[in-house]
Design a protein around this ligand. Structure first.
Ligand code: 6PG
Length: 262
């Protein structure tokens, strides 16, 4: 089986563990560059089950100790509308697996205020204020996304209102396909302005979805039906981090990187 052909670059780790290491080194490099150039690193993280071992590795593995956590702001890509200590909360996962174990000052950790009616506007304002500068949309340095089997990214679900958003940076969204159905999410204008977008996809259950994404992307897919195809960086880099199972390949030496366009 060949490496999937997807926009941006595709990196298939030799094993899932190697893939997490490769992604961790990419994040470390992006963080070091951001701090060197701008003195701060704006990192947006997704929820879901996929990134859990990656988050744990990032904070316990000594090879990643050089990540400048004190200069990092940690943002949420999306959140379920539940209390922040609920078992379904993305923030709870990120806090337990990462935030509680790194020296990022608490004021630089930004959970989404999902239980407040104007929480989306407030998060947008917090992003603009913290990132500063005059650019609109503001530029996150590194965005980590997962992908659902239906092709959703963040909480941008097929046929949900937020996939068509063209101005707002953060909105509430609702989809019967989501569990729980009410979410807050970053939108494509904000995601596509990022300097780097990394999509982490692991496990055989995602292989068929990735093949569908590959086929439809090549034939002019509609992001409202297959949201991941709405990723189109303005001036940044899109990278796919796949394990052999998600890529439909055997673990082993054939895993490789494919530059732009595949
Ligand atoms: C969420 C997410 C979402 C996630 C995908 C994949 O809140 O669920 O941020 O976009 O990345 O649903 O989820 P899994 O990693 O659990 O497959």
């Amino acid at each position: 089986m060949n490496v999937p052909q997807l926009p941006g670059f595709v990196h298939v780790g030799k094993t899932t563990e190697d893939l997490h290491d490769d992604l961790s080194f990419a994040l470390l490099g992006a963080a070091a560059q951001a701090v060197d150039e701008r003195g701060v690193f704006h990192l947006a993280l997704c929820g879901g089950r996929t990134p859990e071992p990656f988050y744990i590795g990032l904070c316990i593995d000594v090879r990643f100790r050089a990540i400048p956590w004190k200069q990092t702001h940690i943002w949420l890509v999306d959140e379920r509308c539940v209390p922040l200590d609920d078992a379904a909360s993305n923030f709870r996962l990120i806090r337990e697996c990462l935030v509680d174990h790194v020296p990022t000052p608490r004021r630089q950790v930004h959970p989404m205020p999902v239980l407040e009616s104007d929480g989306d506007l407030r998060y947008e304002e917090e992003l603009r204020r913290s990132i500063g500068g005059t650019e609109f949309p503001p530029r996150l340095d590194f965005v980590l996304l997962g992908m659902g089997e239906d092709g959703h990214v963040a909480s941008l679900f097929p046929d949900s209102p937020a996939v068509a958003e063209t101005r707002r940076l953060v909105v509430f969204n609702e989809s019967p396909a989501a569990q729980p159905s009410r979410r807050m999410t970053m939108t494509f204008p904000l995601l596509n302005a990022a300097r780097q977008i990394a999509i982490l996809v692991t496990g055989a259950s995602k292989a068929a979805s990735l093949r569908r994404v590959q086929e439809q992307w090549a034939n002019g897919a509609d992001p409202r039906k297959l949201p991941v195809t709405g990723l189109d960086p303005l001036d940044g880099q899109l990278g796919w981090y796949l394990d052999p199972a998600a890529a439909g390949m055997q673990e082993g030496p054939e895993a490789e990187a494919v530059p732009d366009g595949g």
